[in-house]
Design a protein around this ligand. Structure first.
Ligand SMILES: [Fe+2]
Length: 402
């Protein structure tokens, strides 16, 4: 696979698998490549003897990936306890139930197998196993002390959870959807096997892929970004613009999947370092309240947020315009930045992701709650946005996206 290695230190090549270590400041060992899943036994062995495998209700069973994981672990004498009850937008109550099951079975390592929901739930279960009390308190700032070792196996190119110390949960009582951020929930090892992503339905490829793109765009625009993060994010934006429509049209295109999977993991790394901004800041309340698909919520909000933002950070939009192939000749800077906004709209069209908040179930009567909840749960993301944004602008944006 040929791609930039500017930020990856390739320490060794084991057979056909790339083992990437010391990526920027992220202390994760990334095992990347088609077929790399089969390393799960040997990689887990260093961390435990009884693995708690966290996954969703159906997809990893249907595709046979769960059975393969159990088999590879068994070959290395690692017992497994499977928890297969993770929902999309995983709940704090699900994590609590799973953590007591883990303790009952005395598991010593946690494997998150699936998309972002499964990996995020796995992180929170590993964290809850050693930190007493309600996980919501830790999500709202209480400090943890440790976590069981976590191995992430991503089957989607979406959340980038395999590359960060974040895990998003929804509290079913308050509808707060917010990240736990803790250095203890970095996966020890992340397996990124593009082959596992090829069986996704096309609507999931589009929605999760757009989430990945959103991560890189947001980290690039973030006030808290820095030059090395900006360069990584730009590389991912360029790759996703080019290759996401290709895998959406042809999910068996292995080479394009490699690029998309790599860019997705970069998306996780960059939000870990720079944070997200307004799209995630405004989307979490939507999927927290209505259990909407995260990537679709982002798609509904993204164009209007870019329109609201591009004039205030024109230079950054011009840099994005370059990597997504916009020809600037004959255009003023402002026109080129606007072309960049339009290119995102075109991409959403190509991914059949032109949705509105109304189509996701949002009503005008929800808007005040969404604004209030965004200010409460996503304070950091809103203040990290490059353009100042108060309640009034949030309200106008939500209404414009209905
Ligand atoms: Fe996301």
């Amino acid at each position: 696979m040929k791609m930039s290695v500017a930020f990856f230190v390739f320490l060794k090549k084991k057979g056909e698998f790339l083992v990437l270590e010391k990526v920027n400041q992220v202390p994760i060992k990334f095992v990347f490549g088609k077929g790399s899943l089969k390393n799960i036994g040997v990689l887990t062995k260093s961390y435990g003897k009884r693995a708690f495998v966290v996954t969703g209700r159906s997809s990893t069973k249907k595709t046979g990936v769960l059975d393969r994981v159990i088999g590879y672990l068994k070959e290395k004498d690692i017992d497994t306890v499977v928890f297969d009850e993770v929902e999309s937008n995983p709940l704090t109550t699900t994590v609590k139930r799973a953590a007591s099951l883990l303790k009952e079975h005395e598991c010593d390592v946690v494997i998150g197998l699936g998309g972002g929901s499964s990996m995020d739930a796995a992180k929170c279960i590993a964290f809850s196993a050693v930190n007493e009390g309600d996980i919501s308190d830790y999500i709202f700032g209480k400090e943890g002390k440790n976590a069981l070792p976590i191995i992430a196996i991503t089957t989607t190119a979406g959340t980038g959870s395999e590359g960060d110390s974040l895990a998003v949960l929804t509290n079913p009582e308050t509808k707060d959807k917010k990240s736990l951020k803790s250095p203890y929930i970095y996966p020890k090892v992340s397996i990124i096997d593009p082959e596992l992503m090829m069986t996704l339905p096309s609507s999931m490829i589009a929605a999760t892929g757009f989430d990945a793109l959103s991560h890189s765009v947001e980290a690039f625009l973030a006030k808290n970004s820095r030059s090395d993060i900006e360069e990584m994010a730009l590389e991912a934006i360029g790759l996703l613009f080019k290759f996401l429509p290709k895998v959406y049209k042809n999910s068996t295109d292995t080479e394009s999947w490699e690029k998309v999977a790599y860019a997705n993991t970069i998306g996780g790394i960059v939000i870990d370092q720079a944070g997200v901004v307004l799209p995630h800041g405004m989307e979490h309340p939507v999927s927290g309240l209505l259990n909407a698909t995260h990537g679709e919520g982002l798609a509904a909000l993204f164009p209007k947020i870019l329109e609201f933002s591009y004039k205030g950070c024109q230079e950054k939009f011009l840099r994005m315009a370059k990597v997504i192939g916009i020809e600037e000749q004959g255009l003023t800077k402002e026109e080129a930045a606007l072309q960049c906004v339009k290119a995102f709209e075109k991409l959403l069209k190509a991914l059949d992701l032109q949705v509105t908040l109304s189509q996701l179930g949002v009503k005008e009567t929800h808007v005040d709650w969404l604004v209030e909840n965004a200010m409460k749960t996503m304070t950091y993301a809103i203040s990290n946005h490059p353009i100042p944004c108060k309640e009034k602008s949030l309200k106008e944006l939500y209404v414009a996206c209905l």
